[in-house]
Design a protein around this ligand. Sequence first.
Ligand code: 5AD
Ligand code: SF4
Length: 459
Amino acid sequence: MTRKVHIKSYGCQMNVYDSSRMAGLLAEIGYRLAETPDEADLVILNTCHIREKASEKVYSDIGRLRALKEKGKAAGRDMTIAVAGCVAQAEGEEIIRRAPVVELVFGPQTYHRLPELLESVAKAKKSNRPAAIVDTEFPVEEKFNHLAKKAPAPGPSAFLTIQEGCDKFCTFCVVPYTRGGEFSRTIEEIALEARGLAARGAREITLLGQNVNAFHGLDKDRNELGLGGLIRRLAGIKGLARIRYTTSHPRDMEDDLIAAHGEIEALMPHLHLPVQSGSDRILKTMNRGHSAGDYLKLVEKIRKSRPDIALSSDFIVGFPGEREEDFEKTLELVREINYAQAYSFKYSPRPGTPAANAPGQIPEAVKADRLAALQQILNAQKQAFNQASVGKKMTVLFERHGKHKGQIVGRNPYMQAVHVVTEDAKNCLGSLKEVEILAAGPNSLKGKLTLPARAQSAA
Ligand code: 5AD
Ligand code: SF4
């Protein structure tokens, strides 16, 4: 009998990648994917612990699943609820204590053991023992070796994890605790996976890592390569038209990577480079290891290499000790840089991180005011960036159908979503086409094909 699994991903793209790997692994032992949890035999919540809201959402979802499980029980079905990802890693046993309906908890580094873990759960259930199993070890290398060949079919734009974990210990962040220290996969393994993705139809690959530009490895001749070197290698892969990477730390933006932005056509002109704050005092207590001036100089260098690069960032407002003048410095930096888009958050104390117990915690109302003021500027910059695209011609990698009839959606080189209405969706999906931008909205652009899809070579 085929069983069904529903996997829900929270948070970052790394979790999306991990979820697709879990799906691949489970397919091998007979599980089919279920779009909703309603009829699933197994539900996996692949969780995020980065901010409090993200972790609390998991518990409210478990509450809903408990009701569904009860309903299924009445109809003679048994649903297993598993919690994976960073909340699992951070809270472990605590999850079972708080939500006893959960029968399996496993961290981001142990999901390759899923088939065995599920077997243990099943055995325990059969013998009427409590079936709560917690596996939160850190065998990263073992995981990647195990998973290399198990990816499900990719879409036109695929993720590829090249690096995991972080040793930077920013004082607000749980990542070094939930994902462990920095670990880079080997160049050989990455190239193999990238070639496999391209051979199966991926035209774009986003290289993933919590600290992706800390990637380092040895090539065949035992030369040490950084991310720039890796990208130069991958750019030669047949069928691969676009390369992106995320997320980068300003401290690891090496000259060779910056140069690659000006030299490698496949490397897209978009960079997510979180700065978090524009105040040197706050950057110091955040343990970021760079000043606002360092960041500005870095951006100048990057723009020299690739003048049209679209910049994106993360910001935290209301970090402990943040005074009004510190926040003003953040606004100054934003005005100076002019971002294409950005993410901004109220500081959320995470248990076990140094800043959670630091003096000078900021009241919620002040955080909310600062967030609104920052977002107003960031939104205006995003609008202006979107508006500046109107009238331009650019390539779009079409990835999926849109909500409206005949509409297809893709991304341009700058990561902006582009919507096009065409009668020829079939010839566009999965390939790059040239589009003229006709209009800009707050979150996406509208355009038309410059030539009918068939008249454009399937780039
Ligand atoms: N509170 C608020 N935002 C946070 N981030 C990380 N930890 C916290 C926290 N404790 C934000 C940072 C990071 C992004 C992924 O999430 O801006 O770059
Ligand atoms: Fe967290 Fe800082 Fe590491 Fe980014 S660099 S994952 S914010 S500790």
